[in-house]
Design a binder for this molecule. Structure first.
Ligand code: SF4
Length: 165
């Protein structure tokens, strides 16, 4: 994995940087390394063209081995809430997959809003992702978490007592 950076951290990075720090310190022994899971899928399913659901806790993605050897990663969302997080997390998986195999592209589906978005790892999005990865590395290496800032998400956040008690 990219220096200990996971897709989950990317997701939270676009919501709350303090949470990125707190999650990076949390012990989650049961959480599987997303990259190992993806790598295993590619290894075991190459050319099988089967669709497989991978569960990464905060998101589930379907990975399909395409006819032309490319890999398609699809995520179905209930709404476009946190769409930037979802998009960037999907990009992160594409980024990691591309290191191990051929072409890859992502698809974000929001059936209830009749939306479909192709997520492509082009130069611009790759640059944006790499900047986020660098920033996350800085955040997680800080001794203390960034200051809490009240946002809508705080209400449903597992850390809300810690931040706002
Ligand atoms: S409660 Fe709010 S400020 Fe604290 S970690 Fe959660 S989202 Fe961030």
């Amino acid at each position: 994995m990219e220096g200990g950076i996971s897709g989950t951290l990317i997701w939270y990075y676009y919501i709350c940087k303090r949470e990125v720090w707190l999650i990076s310190r949390a012990l989650e022994p049961d959480q599987e390394d997303e990259n190992i899971v993806i790598g295993k899928f590619i290894h075991e399913n190459s050319y099988s063209r089967e669709k497989k659901e991978l569960d990464f806790g905060n998101i589930k993605v379907d990975i399909t081995d395409n006819k032309d050897g490319s890999i398609i990663v699809q995520e179905i969302k209930k709404s476009s809430k946190f769409i930037e997080s979802a998009r960037m997390q999907l990009l992160f998986y594409l980024y990691e997959i591309r290191k191990t195999s051929a072409d890859t592209k992502g698809i974000l589906l929001i059936p209830e809003e009749k939306k479909r978005e192709e997520v492509i790892l082009d130069e611009e999005s790759e640059e944006k992702l790499e900047k986020a990865i660098e920033d996350i590395k800085k955040i997680v290496s800080m001794e203390k978490p960034p200051k809490a800032e009240k946002i809508k998400y705080c209400r449903n956040c597992a850390y809300s007592e810690m931040c706002w008690a």
